[in-house]
Design a protein around this ligand. Structure first.
Ligand code: SF4
Length: 522
């Protein structure tokens, strides 16, 4: 099977195949630039990471978080499960000895075996960069290649639910290197996703994008110019350079630490020479409004955010103009009651499992605070603790239920449906939920780097007993509890969850003062 519409695919194959074997690898090997599919994947997330991985001081890297190790392990197990449906050959070679892996894979391809797992493909480009691709699976197809009347097509096996572009780019990269190795383009390539099954990647659509990304990645590796830091928690939190980059960003007071500054907004701000907190804090919002991706609201908020950060104090999102001043939030939006519940869930979304409903019961009259952890010690207990949660919250039918972000409401709705809980129980419950994240971001601008619970509560002086704990770590602890039966892991989860509930309580009390100091209990 050759490419039918070859004009739509790149006409030139990567340069000649380097068929050196492992014996030729010498001390100079470490000087070579190996651009693997993993490097390309990382480049799409962050060019700086690719640069640091190649040229950075390795001692500055931090230990990978447990959660990353867990993701790798889950991914490996998933791959083995998918591979086990049919026999396969697997080349044997010393770890990261790409040339040995390539030689062993080539041998299997020459023999024309049906399936090759974890093969290594390699090609050396004119610029001296060695492209290395490791598809999870190579499957034999009818067609013509340098081996004879057959060729191979690549498949990647991914844990993710969706065929994200970076997955598709990686498999297009396999196809690109494979074309050079077998002297023929494979017509097809696929992803096997955990929930969606097999997904055919459109090479005609993705190859041009892959080539652009590959070009950028090669320039980053060859030019040796360190890309600017830009902290984005969604991509940086699991990166081994995080501490190093975060220190650099903090010492420069980099604008990526200012909530609301995205990479594209940052580019527009730099073009206007607005590169510091001071210049943004004094900029007229009108100057920013017309920039792409801004608008009046974003512009105003950004200027105030810079002011709040510089002054290290909370600012009202909209200044009170009425006389006498009216509360920023009504009592129905932010109720105070004799008994209040503070609620936080621990869940493993990829397993569709809720393993802890943590509820802090605050009795303002009796001046007591009681933490009630409803914990599923095993997967099968999820339904039991859901019913325990319902019993607990129904004991206090008038108590508002404070939480932070929409996840708790979404989960209660989902569990209600899943366990067939009658709507006459769920509906009144949902009306008692108060999302403090929504209230805080609606009325206040705070000198924090993000509006997650931790930075806000920490700014208010609250400290978690375990400073390193977070939701991802909690999932790892739960896995370790299941694997070892060591109850210390459960204790760590409960301690973290209780602190989350108490932090939510702290934020609520602060918000009452900030928004409506004259409020009285209902
Ligand atoms: S911490 Fe963030 S900015 Fe630094 S290398 Fe990693 S992903 Fe890039």
């Amino acid at each position: 099977m050759t490419v039918q519409a070859s004009a739509q695919l790149p006409t030139s194959l990567p340069a000649s195949v380097n068929s050196a074997n492992s014996a030729e690898i010498d001390a100079a090997d470490s000087m070579k630039i190996w651009l693997t599919d993993e490097v390309l994947f990382n480049y799409q997330r962050c060019p700086r990471r690719v640069f640091l991985d190649r040229y950075g001081d390795r001692d500055q890297r931090s230990r990978p978080p447990d959660y990353l190790q867990k993701l790798r392990q889950d991914s490996f197990l998933h791959q083995r499960e998918v591979l086990s449906v049919a026999p396969f050959y697997e080349p044997s070679y010393p770890r990261r000895d790409w040339m040995a892996g390539f030689a062993a894979t080539t041998l299997l391809m020459q023999q024309g075996v049906d399936r090759i797992a974890n093969g290594v493909l390699q090609v050396t480009l004119d610029n001296g960069i060695h492209l290395v691709s490791c598809p999870d699976l190579l499957v034999k197809q009818p067609g013509h290649s340098i081996w004879g009347d057959w060729l191979y097509a690549p498949i990647d096996i991914r844990l993710g639910k969706r065929p994200k572009l970076d997955y598709q780019v990686a498999v297009a990269f396999h196809t690109y290197v494979l074309a050079a190795v077998q002297g023929m383009w494979a017509e097809n390539c696929w992803l096997i996703l955990r929930q969606r099954g097999t997904y055919a990647v459109s090479l005609v659509d993705v190859l041009p994008r892959m080539e652009e990304i590959l070009q950028g990645c090669m320039e980053t590796l060859l030019q040796q110019q360190e890309p600017e830091v830009f902290i984005s928690h969604s991509r940086c939190d699991l990166c081994h350079w995080f501490n190093h980059c975060y220190e650099a960003a903090q010492s420069d007071r980099h604008l990526s630490l200012l909530p609301g500054v995205t990479p594209s907004r940052y580019a527009h701000l730099k073009a206007l020479q607005l590169k510091t907190l001071e210049t943004i804090a004094t900029a007229p919002p009108k100057q920013l409004e017309s920039l792409p991706g801004f608008g009046a609201q974003v512009a105003q908020r950004l200027v105030k955010q810079a002011q709040s950060t510089l002054q290290n104090r909370a600012l009202a999102h909209v200044e009170a103009s009425a006389s006498p001043p009216v509360p920023l939030l009504s009592t129905s939006e932010l109720p105070t009651a004799n008994i209040e519940l503070y609620f936080d869930i621990e869940a493993a979304p990829e397993q569709n499992l809720v393993y802890l409903h943590g509820v802090l019961v605050v009795d303002r009259l009796a001046q007591t605070e009681t933490f009630c952890p409803l914990l599923a010690e095993h997967h099968a207990d999820e339904g039991k603790v859901w019913n325990q949660f319902l019993e607990l919250v129904l004991q206090y039918p008038n108590a508002p239920i404070f939480h932070f972000c929409p996840y708790e409401v979404q989960t209660v709705k989902r569990l209600g449906q899943h366990y067939g809980t009658p709507s006459y129980l769920i509906e009144p419950l949902l009306h008692r939920f108060v999302d403090l994240h929504e209230r805080v971001t609606r009325v206040a601008i705070l000198p924090v780097e993000s509006y997650a619970l931790k930075p806000i509560a920490r700014w208010l002086g609250f400290n978690w007993r375990d400073a390193e704990a977070n939701g991802a770590q909690s999932i790892c602890w739960y896995d370790q509890w299941l694997a070892t039966g060591d109850r210390a892991y459960l204790k760590a989860i409960l301690r973290y969850n209780e602190d989350d509930c108490r932090a939510t309580y702290r934020v609520k009390d602060w918000l009452v003062q900030f928004a409506q100091p004259a409020q009285s209990p209902i």
